[in-house]
Design a protein around this ligand. Structure first.
Ligand code: HEC
Length: 304
């Protein structure tokens, strides 16, 4: 019983720490030398909650402008029972685990000596109490400037669920999280990139189950823009056989007449909506729709 309580407290401390900017800053790469060298990127994998005394951890390490010279795993915290093998490979095998909360770190160094680090948490539950089965829901995609998402998960356990906790595992920025102790998380202030969020559920006897969900935020696509902005707000005049101003947004090539890819500020499609001269005889576009046009142009104005 004492172990269950201790594990639960440890984990809730950890859960809180995860959302603080300090903790989040840990995986950020550290540049050690020449400004031209891009540091490697390393991912220690998602946190795991297990019952057994062994676990295999797999890291992904890449370097955009060179090669990975070496990786090294170490234990950062937790009971001192763990025995590690493969510490200088991307796959770490750990045995001798006892109930408790472990954190392992992997550091990758590129061929120019720049390093990056990431950590992963392993929760070892006491034998005889199966951890909750957690489902963080299916992976999601947003089209930036859409920057808000609701994620609904669930958990089941024969002992009953005592508490839920959502946290952010990774992502290009720290998202704003609301309702982190319910089954539905609201995440906002997302930017383009890949975010991973984790739902943990603790059962009434203190065992913890985990699952994670990935949210990919893509820069807005032409298809999205066409369906949500150009079609409904512009095509009544700029479509069909004789479009106003001889400008048709019915097709990608037509739309491109007033677009300079990667340069929204010198694209008439954007300046016309920014200064509210378009749409004619209609309310101005919302800021979100103006931003959508800007983001699409500045991310290459692709026919996607
Ligand atoms: C009610 C009709 C109407 C609607 C709706 C409308 N436009 Fe226009 N648009 C025009 C006309 C007419 C012109 C020709 C130039 C003028 O009269 O200002 C024009 C011209 C333009 C031009 C060329 C501007 C220039 O300086 O040469 C752009 C770009 C443009 N519209 C974009 C848009 C966009 C984007 C939308 C939707 C958000 C939109 N328009 C909605 C009627 C409309």
């Amino acid at each position: 019983m004492h172990i269950y309580v201790a594990v639960a407290i440890l984990f809730s401390l950890l859960g809180c720490a995860k959302q603080s900017p300090l903790e989040f800053a840990t995986p950020t790469a550290t540049k050690l030398e020449k400004a031209e060298n891009k540091p490697p990127v390393v991912d220690a994998g998602v946190d795991q909650s297990i019952l057994q005394s062994v676990v295999k951890l797999t890291a992904a390490a890449t370097d955009s402008d060179g090669t990975i010279a070496f990786v090294v795993w170490s234990q950062v915290s937790g009971p001192n029972s763990a025995v590690m093998s493969g510490q200088n490979t991307t796959t770490l095998e750990v045995s001798g685990l006892i109930p408790g909360n472990y954190t392992f770190q992997v550091i990758a160094e590129d061929n120019s000596g720049a390093q990056a680090a990431d950590v992963v948490d392993i929760i070892v539950n006491a034998a005889g109490n199966n951890p909750p089965v957690v489902d963080a829901g299916s992976n999601q995609t947003l089209n930036f400037p859409e920057d808000t998402i609701s994620l609904t998960g669930n958990a089941s356990d024969s002992d009953g669920i005592a508490s839920y906790l959502w946290s952010q595992v990774s992502g290009p920025t720290l998202a704003k999280l609301v309702d982190t102790t319910t089954t539905t998380l609201n995440a906002s202030l997302l930017v383009a990139g890949t975010y991973v969020f984790q739902l943990s559920a603790t059962d009434k006897k203190g065992a913890i189950g985990l699952d994670s969900v990935t949210v990919v935020v893509k820069p807005v696509t032409y298809q999205w823009l066409s369906q949500n902005v150009l079609g409904p707000k512009c095509a009544s005049c700029h479509g069909g056989s004789s479009p106003d101003g001889n400008y048709s947004v019915d097709t990608y090539s037509g739309t491109m007449k007033y677009v300079k890819a990667n340069n929204a500020s010198s694209s008439k499609l954007y300046s016309a909506v920014l200064n509210n001269s378009m749409p004619k005889r209609a309310p101005a576009l919302s800021n979100a729709n103006k931003d959508a046009i800007k983001v699409w142009i500045n991310s290459g104005a692709l026919n996607n």
